[in-house]
Design a protein around this ligand. Structure first.
Ligand code: UDP
Length: 327
């Protein structure tokens, strides 16, 4: 298939573009390079620089690259914390950009769409691990924006026959030799911890140790970016057979911030000093996924099921790219 990957110069988008090429698909990456890196786009992909905020960019994209069979939509603002400071970047820009993309895609005859959605839809889960029947309570404007895009897809499905999958993933993490996590500014736990191990930061600040969890720090489900990438491909390849679907995606086991820190100390051999700071707005105490449905229906199976192999893969990349893609 010929797949358009929006945000394909970003962390998860570039990993997915790479896996798509390995699986034998053609890839067109569309990215404004606001957060993404040109160097992260795999060599075999066509790269188009453009912005979903400008409809004419999207119109040119589809005109110049006819025959797109499906879209994987990663391009968006993605930070829970930032969304609590700048809600309209999320509640306006993420929605308008997705609407622009969907409008032009439907006009171009595209009827397959995979959405990079989020576990931030589950701020107040009744049971853990969280399955697809859990009540939606977005934890932040970021989560709300993804939920609204899911609803757009629902209506595009009913009205235009769009087939779609919403993949609500938990904490994307880990790296592969050819693509890594490089955000500026970096806000994610594992790369920040590894920056301390590389001597680029003095310490890591843990956001709160008074949560109702066994050690007081937040518990998250860390899932390897390559495993997420393979889930997107399975979802795309099964759309015609199974129709539209929504899946939660994680490893199914939770690790506290302290446990992540301890594992990173073991993997890196560095003491990684830490301090405890206040809670970060928008952070639920525990988020662990049930990925039963996608395992059963699509045969998805993570290749990196444990936190140590995820941190090891991240450490390998960060040691080789101490300045990220700028190295
Ligand atoms: N976290 C932390 N210190 C940091 C960054 C993150 O304690 O400098 C915590 C954060 O509160 C959350 C977990 O680590 O409980 C994972 O956060 P991250 O930003 O990596 O991913 P998110 O859960 O926001 O998707």
């Amino acid at each position: 298939m010929k797949i358009l990957v929006t945000g394909g110069a970003g962390y998860i988008g570039s990993a997915t573009a790479s896996e798509l090429l390995i699986a034998g698909h053609q890839v067109v990456v569309f990215d404004n390079l606001y957060q993404g890196h040109r160097q992260a786009v795999p060599a075999g992909a066509v790269f188009v620089r453009g912005d979903l905020a400008r409809r004419e960019d999207i119109i040119h994209l589809f005109a110049d690259h006819p025959g797109i069979d499906g879209i994987m939509h990663f391009a968006s603002y993605t930070l829970v914390g930032e969304s609590m400071q700048k809600p309209l970047l999320y509640l306006r820009d993420n929605l308008v950009n997705a609407a622009n993309l969907l409008e032009v895609a439907v006009g171009a005859g595209v009827r397959r769409f995979i959405l990079s959605s989020t576990a931030n839809l589950f701020d107040d889960p009744a049971k853990m691990p969280i399955d697809e029947y859990e009540r939606i309570v977005p934890g932040s404007p970021y989560g709300e924006s993804k939920f609204f895009i899911e609803r757009m897809l629902h209506w595009f499905g009913r009205i235009y026959g769009m087939r779609y999958a919403c993949l609500r993933y938990f904490n994307a993490s880990g790296d592969a030799p050819d693509c890594g996590e490089d955000h500026d500014p970096e806000t994610h736990l594992i790369p920040l911890i590894l920056q301390v191990a590389l001597g680029q930061r003095e310490q890591i600040t843990l956001f709160g140790d008074d949560y109702p969890t066994p050690d007081g720090t937040c518990v998250r489900d860390y899932v390897h970016v390559r495993d997420l990438a393979r889930a997107h491909i399975l979802a795309m390849e099964s759309l015609d057979r199974l129709g539209s679907r929504t899946y939660n995606l994680g490893n199914g086991s939770g690790f506290s911030v302290y446990e992540v820190l301890e594992t990173a100390r073991k993997v890196t051999g560095h003491p990684i000093p830490h301090v405890v700071g206040p809670r970060r707005a928008g952070d639920p105490a525990i988020l662990v996924a049930s990925s039963e449905s996608i395992r059963r229906e699509l045969g998805w199976n993570p290749h990196y099921p444990d936190i140590e192999s995820i941190i090891q893969s991240a450490w390998d990349w960060h040691r080789n790219h101490p300045n990220g893609y700028g190295a």
